[in-house]
Write a protein that binds this ligand. Structure first.
Ligand code: 5GP
Ligand code: ZN
Length: 113
């Protein structure tokens, strides 16, 4: 989508701090980190949110979780990490391109706010 911030980041049209990249997904550090490590993993394909995951596009979501597990191991997140996807305005989604926050490096509370 031409006016989507995360499509532009995945395409390299807007600079970002890359954590991982392949033909299907892109991961980059969050510009406003909420933990000592906080990055986002996104599909290169424009999917608006978790609510638009379907049988046609869900393979990339499985791949995203494989990438998250690989990065967590490589980055030494042995004390734990959190994966979050906000879906819709009331859940706090501010960018309408599916993304998974990966946070680590501090104790987290539950329930989330
Ligand atoms: P959401 O609020 O939709 O769950 O998450 C969007 C995330 O994208 C936020 O954590 C925000 O800090 C991050 N973000 C917004 N704009 C940019 C940007 O231009 N670059 C980077 N690296 N992160 C961004
Ligand atoms: Zn997009």
């Amino acid at each position: 989508m031409s006016d989507c911030l995360f499509c532009k980041i995945a395409a390299g049209e807007i600079p970002s701090d890359c954590v991982y990249s392949d033909e299907l997904v892109y991961a980059f550090n969050d510009i406003d980190p909420q933990a000592p490590r906080h990055f986002l993993v996104i599909p290169r394909e424009h999917i608006r949110s978790c609510a638009e995951v379907s049988a046609e596009n869900s393979a990339v979501v499985a791949h995203i979780f494989e990438v998250i597990a690989k990065l967590a191991a490589e980055l030494g997140f042995k004390d734990g990490f959190r994966v979050v996807s906000n879906c819709g305005a009331s859940a706090g989604q501010s960018v309408e391109h599916l993304h998974f926050h990966v946070l680590s490096g501090r104790d987290m509370t539950w329930p989330p706010g």
